[in-house]
Design a binder for this molecule. Structure first.
Ligand SMILES: NC(=O)c1ccc[n+]([C@@H]2O[C@H](COP(=O)([O-])OP(=O)(O)OC[C@H]3O[C@@H](n4cnc5c(N)ncnc54)[C@H](OP(=O)(O)O)[C@@H]3O)[C@@H](O)[C@H]2O)c1
Length: 242
């Protein structure tokens, strides 16, 4: 039985992707940061529903020590890895252009770019042939971020470059590497950033398809990439035309 690792499996998009992979028969290593109880419940339910094995692994990717410990644990699991999804991310330190501090910058980069790179490096020994790595990036890379998220957009742009570099280097090992560039997806992340219902309505009015995306829109793109043996080094936009 082959395994998938999903970072940020406790988030809305991470849960949708995890369920999709379990449905496809993967056993799962599910990462979370703070949502321990919901993660335990989700892990139990998914394992029972799809008859797959699950393990849960906590880590704070804004901390170098915690990321290192996560990487060491991952390597020690010695599972045959066929899929690695980098979904942990977000904007823990939103701030305006003139107020972004070095600490805000480092926090955002650690979570959204640095940790995904070092987790991939640690996972390399576990991959079986014909594997996939997928990074969840953001439409913000196209616009350079919003009012308080310039540093977030820069970190996601970095991860897109990391993905392209990995795709070229890992192709010989039959590991495909792709990016899903997510548009505006309705999850708890927006509320955490203080966005109001009005903010969200205004944002929707700028999306050509005139609706928000859902976590399932992203998991469908994951399925597409897993089913596409000739697609690597690509950025798949799931943005409603944004
Ligand atoms: N929602 C959107 O519109 C949108 C658009 C573009 C890209 N994205 C990207 O999609 C991914 C998932 O976002 P989401 O909307 O599903 O948000 P979410 O529900 O808030 O999930 C965020 C995930 O990241 C984890 N996380 C947060 N801080 C962390 C930290 N310090 N260390 C390790 N993990 C941490 C969370 O863990 P806990 O919950 O356990 O703390 C959770 O699993 C992110 O990479 C985000 O940047 C989202």
């Amino acid at each position: 039985m082959n395994w998938a690792v999903i970072t940020g499996a406790s988030g809305a998009i991470g849960r949708a992707i995890s369920a999709c992979l379990a449905q496809r028969g993967f056993s799962l290593v599910l990462h979370y940061h703070s949502a321990e109880e919901p993660m335990q419940k989700f892990s139990f339910e998914i394992s029972r529903r799809y008859n797959v094995d699950t393990k849960i692994l906590p880590a704070d990717f804004t901390s170098e020590n915690s990321t290192r410990a996560f990487c060491e644990t991952l390597e020690s699991l010695k599972v045959p890895l066929q899929c690695l999804i980098h979904c942990a991310g977000g904007v823990p330190s939103p701030n305006s252009l003139s107020r972004i501090t070095p600490s805000d910058w480092n926090t955002i980069f650690s979570l959204n770019a640095t940790a995904p790179f070092f987790i991939t490096q640690a996972a390399l020994r576990l991959f079986v042939p014909n594997s996939d790595i997928i990074f969840i990036s953001s439409i913000s890379t196209k616009y350079g971020g919003g009012e308080n998220t310039l540093h977030y957009a820069a970190a996601k742009a970095a991860v897109e470059s990391i993905a392209r570099g990995l795709a070229r280097r890992l192709a010989a090992e039959t590991i495909k590497v792709n990016v899903i560039r997510a548009g505006f997806i309705l999850t708890g992340a927006h509320k955490k950033m203080g966005r109001t219902r009005e903010d969200i309505q205004e944002r929707i009015s700028k999306i050509p398809l005139r609706r928000v995306g859902t976590p399932d829109d992203i998991s469908r793109a994951v399925s597409f990439l897993l089913d596409s043996p000739f697609v690597t080094g690509s950025v798949v936009e799931v943005t409603g035309g944004d």
